[in-house]
Design a protein around this ligand. Structure first.
Ligand code: XMP
Length: 507
């Protein structure tokens, strides 16, 4: 990309992506690489800064990740965070003491003559989360911060530009943590701050033009943030050469298909909306098993897409809205299949394309949203909460029918309207058609209608979540509107389960 690079070496810390994101927000392009990256390859990348992440191990544990001592002789400034601090000190001849844990927010005294803490107050609340601690510094290092319990909370060797912190400057629980990273990048590494999203657009545009030549590019548009931003970028870079295929499976939320069409119909691209509701509902008829539903929807999506691609003919390139977390996570190890997440962008290998173009591969979600805004996409689309590929089929418990979907769409729309009006929206929120029927009384008559569940969660990564404490008066208003306005909905309940043990979606 031509930007200066901050290289983040990953030792298994849970905050690696947050570090990378913070660094980018500070105007320096960052990439995460495995902690085992050989020094030769590090040199070839030419970073201006190296950050060693935290990690769950002890440096003395058998098999714990180690680093090549040469890393510290490259003349490139290094910042070690938590495990990264232990690794730096241990590798350079200091001593790490196992079993000196400290968790939570604590008050630290800072030596403001250290470059890391320049311009800061002499103390700060910092987030500690460690089992071991540095007990003796390597030669050339000086202590730069301490807490009541931990003598060496930060240290540095100014001459060699090697610094380390025991706490986590990347999390918002650390007061002025961003300032510490800023000081490292700008005060120590002399970063130029040359990374801006506008530059990304310019470079991605050039790259798309070079890769596509004058030929056509096909994009599977789901209406989600990533594929929509991708479509906007292509339509600006190579107007007239993009063909978007939007498969409306009839499992979208209220008015969603029309909204997507309205946004893209105005752009310089060929937009094909395939109304495939009938065939999807036919496939799903009588199917109650959640995994079976997911599989059928995934397969049907591919079948529709392939048919359309064949009709369009000569399109050598496929565009995908893969983003940076997808790339990082795909490096992960074996994990139990809880649900077969199906991504509408994930097309089968048998579809032969000459090449795949993924212009968002280097971006985090917040950057993708920012890019979308710069490209003029409407707020409702750019700020969309995640929506699963199988759509409302996994929010209707048991067999899916058009009638149940319609009840759910109306209830969900009311929930969204009311929560959207509230100042602080949960990270994800939706209604569920539980399929359970309950008795009620409407006027003087007995009713026997479905129970609608409300799900609203707070999460940073969707791997875990807590239920969002939506205020009771607001819940009451939503419930009253749903049972009064939606025919077929007789009762409303609020799901207060976290993940784990539940999941975000009900199926
Ligand atoms: P779960 O239910 O696994 O959901 O806790 C975590 C997040 O993933 C979304 N989700 C999906 N996204 N295809 C997707 O693209 C899927 O099949 C799928 N299933 C769940 C879910 O909405 C939540 O944000």
């Amino acid at each position: 990309m031509g930007n200066q690079l901050a290289l983040i070496l990953d030792y298994g810390g849970q905050y690696k992506e947050l570090i990378a994101q913070r660094v980018r927000q500070l105007g320096v392009y960052s990439e995460i690489h495995p902690g085992s990256l050989p020094v030769g390859e590090i040199k070839a990348l030419g970073p201006i800064a190296i950050i060693l992440t935290g990690g769950p191990r002890s440096v003395y544990a058998p098999g714990s990740p180690q680093c090549d001592p040469e890393l510290f002789n490259l003349g490139i400034p290094v910042l070690g965070i938590c495990y990264g601090m232990h690794l730096m000190c241990h590798t350079l001849g200091g001593r790490v003491m196992p079993g000196s844990p400290e968790y939570g927010r604590v008050n630290a005294s800072l030596d403001t003559t250290c470059a890391l803490f320049a311009g800061m107050r002499g103390e700060a609340i910092v987030l500690m989360s460690h089992g071991d601690a540095v007990a003796q510094l390597p030669s050339g290092f000086a202590t730069a911060a301490s807490t009541a319990q931990c003598g060496i909370v930060a240290c540095g060797d100014g001459a060699r530009r090697l610094y380390a912190v025991q706490f986590h400057p990347e999390v918002k629980h650390t007061e002025d943590g961003t300032r510490v990273l800023h000081n490292f990048l700008y005060g120590v590494c002399r970063a130029a701050g040359d990374y801006r999203i506008e530059d990304y657009i310019a470079r991605a545009t050039e790259d798309i033009r070079a890769k596509a030549g004058g030929r056509q590019v096909l994009l599977a548009l789901s209406g989600g943030v990533d594929s929509s931003v991708c479509a906007a970028l292509f339509s600006q870079a190579i107007p007239g050469q993009l063909v978007c295929v939007f498969v409306d499976h009839g499992l979208m939320r209220k008015d969603e298909g029309d909204m997507v069409e309205a946004v893209f119909a105005k752009r310089k691209l060929r937009f094909i909306r395939v109304n495939a509701e009938k065939r999807f509902l036919a496939k799903l008829r009588g199917v109650t098993d959640p995994e079976r539903k997911r599989k059928l929807i995934g397969e049907e999506f591919v079948a529709v897409f392939e048919e359309e691609a064949r009709k369009i003919g000569d399109v050598p390139y496929l565009a995908q809205g893969t983003i940076y977390p997808d790339v990082i996570e795909s490096g992960g190890g074996p994990a139990a299949t809880i649900k077969s997440h199906h991504n509408v962008g994930g097309l089968p290998e048998r579809m032969k394309f000459e090449a795949i173009i993924e212009p968002l591969r280097g971006l985090f979600k917040d950057e993708v949203r920012n890019l979308g805004r710069k490209l003029g996409l409407p707020r409702a689309l750019v700020e969309r909460q995640p929506f699963p590929g199988p759509g409302l089929a996994i929010r209707v418990m048991g067999a899916v029918t058009r009638a149940k979907l319609d009840v759910l769409r109306e209830a969900d729309s009311i929930l969204r309207q009311e929560l959207d009006k509230a100042r602080k929206r949960p990270d994800q929120y939706f209604a569920v058609y539980t399929g359970v029927r309950s008795v009620g009384v409407v006027g003087d008559a007995r009713s026997y209608d479905t129970v609608i569940a409300i799900r609203a969660v707070e999460t940073s990564d969707f791997m875990t979540c807590e239920y969002a404490p939506v205020p009771h008066p607001l819940l009451q208003k939503i419930a009253a509107r749903i049972v009064n306005e939606v025919q077929g909905a007789g009762r409303v309940v609020y799901d207060i389960t976290g993940k784990p043990p539940a999941t975000v979606e009900w199926e």
